[in-house]
Design a protein around this ligand. Sequence first.
Ligand SMILES: NC(=O)c1ccc[n+]([C@@H]2O[C@H](COP(=O)([O-])OP(=O)(O)OC[C@H]3O[C@@H](n4cnc5c(N)ncnc54)[C@H](O)[C@@H]3O)[C@@H](O)[C@H]2O)c1
Ligand SMILES: [Zn+2]
Length: 255
Amino acid sequence: MSADAVATLAARLRAALRVTVLTGAGVSRASGVPTFRGAEGLWRQFRPEDLATPEAFHRDPALVWEWYAWRREMIAACRPNTAHDVLARWSETGCRVVTQNVDDLHLTAGTRNLVRLHGSIWELACANGCGQPRWRDERVPLPEVPPVCPRCSSLARPAVVWFGEGLAPEDVEAAMHACTCDVFLAVGTSSLVYPAAGLVGEARRGGAFTVEINTERTAASAQVDLAIQAPAEAVLLRVDELRTTNSEPRTLNRT
Ligand SMILES: NC(=O)c1ccc[n+]([C@@H]2O[C@H](COP(=O)([O-])OP(=O)(O)OC[C@H]3O[C@@H](n4cnc5c(N)ncnc54)[C@H](O)[C@@H]3O)[C@@H](O)[C@H]2O)c1
Ligand SMILES: [Zn+2]
């Protein structure tokens, strides 16, 4: 982790009035939640892109539910890590957090006004669209897989946004609104899944100082003003420490 880059980010954050953080699966990695991309994301040789679609659910709802039941079980054993904790604290002073994660670990950490672009793995919806509002069910294991809608008894589905589906308009609006900011951080996301991946460009066009924190280089690395290649939990902790100290960092003018 470059000390200069971290000091630059801390200085930018100290001077910023409006800060927005977009998070992805990498933020939950240190909690033990596997990311989608990379070898660890494999589940019985299926690719998430082949399971997290309306077509896959239509074809084989039991298989898709088996995969979600497995993920729910894994996530249930995970606790928020330092990255979630730091962002929850920042949200208390107005930092806006927009996440692609469906694990709700930001909520568990106490993040305020969270925008969950891709829904929640802990919420269910009627696959038949009968008008039953989505409901929360945190039971692990679920007593019945696949579960059914309490109103019309047809199949229930995870209330998450699948590949090929649109995001809730109110979430998109909130995310776009959050792009108007002084500092925009994209943390632990491969920046491949749209429209979330487009937010960093949107923020940049609006004049924000854009930063990426990721263990690897991504599609966004060349686009941002500052790319920090290191684990989110370590960087955010260090930035949080520097941000709250009064001393001016030596690298203040080095952007
Ligand atoms: N935790 C979850 O809720 C979860 C987990 C997997 C996938 N998803 C879903 O998958 C889609 C995938 O998009 P995505 O971009 O969020 O995830 P992704 O799996 O495509 O990418 C994860 C990124 O995190 C980086 N990373 C891994 N460990 C890190 C760490 N400790 N610190 C910083 N970066 C780290 C990787 O280099 C990678 O670029 C989203 O739609 C999301 O809803 C969610
Ligand atoms: Zn129904």
